[in-house]
Design a binder for this molecule. Structure first.
Ligand code: PMP
Length: 389
């Protein structure tokens, strides 16, 4: 008997939370076609505009020519290709750590790292706005999870203090640049608190990489905290324009993950093309820091134009969210902007908390100043007098 899915689907529709896929024709970039209509894109995570860069494409093609389309097996069986090790060495050097390990996606990485590090006898302290993959990693680990209010180090400190005498390992987990709010974790304040209570710190640099730090090394580098953050996770699918993820840290951490991390062990190794593209992107980050400077110039111009029109966006980064409230409102705004030629996706629960549905807009280095100013104007026209915070 097929399970009756109709009532479930009807409930999703009735709550304004229906999701459906939109087809993008051609490569991602400042401009692309969606369902046949050419639009300016303002919601991708390709912050440096590298996904379609000819050199990054060439890196992928070279890797395919040298290693084939697929890796043929998991890393521990037959799939540990030279290009994986080459990329891991590059990432470790980039992050300034002893070693690095690839995962097939950020989602795999987060569930695999957390579950290998802590278990039922241990404790996790997790920011309330952490990404879903971190939340799922926490749940899968079966550790006791304490959620601290977003960015609230005093709350984190209180939770750690309450557990001070409890046995077991302790892990503080946070996004570095929050994906839906565009703000930074207060790492300089988190570090001394975590260390006071003997907790390890894990930071998710999915969005921080390529945006913050020297040559895009991330938020941990931006704050000069490499020495203090033991577990630096990052992805290849955002600023690096490819696909996949990594963790960078001490040799022992990587040894543990190779032995214990189920989402590393029980899956086919990253395709060579993804590794080749990421290597090419890392070259570009080293050679063209002006891309990051341009990203920040455009971000400043876009945020200033929104502010001038009376619209206050959250955060302090190229992730520029405008909170509207009800899911229907965010969807309607997104639709009106689409009609004007802008792709700005509505983000609704459970991706963001109830009552905070929003337009999550992003600037990339592939945009021009005229494009970001046009986008700010379109937002001002569509949203009218500011109502959001
Ligand atoms: N962490 C954060 C903060 C993210 O935003 C994302 C992706 N949106 C991930 C992890 C998962 O990365 P991936 O897309 O490579 O699975």
């Amino acid at each position: 008997m097929p399970i009756d899915l109709k009532p479930i689907l009807e409930k999703i529709r009735a709550s304004g939370l229906w999701r459906s896929l939109r087809r993008v024709d051609g490569p991602t970039g400042a401009e692309y076609a969606i369902d046949g209509k050419t639009v300016l894109g303002f919601c991708s995570n390709d912050y440096l505009g590298l996904a379609a860069d000819p050199r990054v494409r060439a890196g992928a093609i070279r890797a395919v020519e040298q290693y084939g389309a697929g890796s043929g097996g998991s890393r521990l069986i037959s799939g540990n290709l030279a290009i994986h090790e080459e990329l891991e060495a590059r990432l470790a050097a980039f992050k300034g750590t002893q070693a690095a390990l690839l995962y097939n996606s950020g989602y795999h990485a987060n569930i695999g790292i957390i579950t290998a590090l802590v278990g039922p006898d241990d404790h996790i302290y997790s920011d309330a706005l952490n990404h879903a993959s971190l939340i799922d990693g926490c749940r899968l680990s079966r550790a006791t999870v304490r959620v601290y209010r977003h960015g609230d180090v005093q709350h984190l400190s209180d939770l750690l203090a309450a557990d001070a005498d409890k046995p077991g390992k302790k892990l503080v987990v946070t996004d570095s640049l929050f994906s839906m709010d565009g703000d930074l974790a207060p790492l300089p304040e988190i570090v001394p608190v975590a260390h006071k209570y003997g907790a390890e710190i894990m930071v998710d640099e999915a969005h921080g990489t390529g945006v913050f730090g020297k040559n895009g090394r991330g938020v941990v580098d931006h704050f000069n905290l490499r020495w203090a953050v033991g577990v630096q996770m990052g992805t290849l699918g955002k600023s690096l324009g490819s696909f996949g993820a990594y963790v960078a840290g001490r040799r022992e951490l990587i040894d543990l993950l190779v032995n214990r991390s189920r989402s590393f062990i029980f899956t086919t190794a990253l395709p060579p093309a993804a590794a080749g593209a990421a290597l090419a992107s890392l070259d570009i980050l080293e050679q063209e820091p002006q891309r990051i400077a341009k990203l920040w110039q455009l971000t400043a111009a876009y945020r200033a134009a929104l502010r001038k029109a009376g619209h206050r966006a959250l955060g302090e980064s190229p992730i520029v969210p405008l909170v509207l409230g009800a899911p229907e409102e965010a969807v309607a705004a997104s639709q009106r902007l689409f009609e004007r030629g802008y792709h700005m996706q509505a983000i609704r629960p459970p991706t963001v908390p109830e009552g905070t549905s929003r337009l999550r807009t992003t600037v990339t280095a592939a945009h021009t100043e005229a494009q970001v100013l046009g986008a700010a104007q379109a937002i001002a026209d569509v949203l009218g007098a500011p109502r959001h915070s």
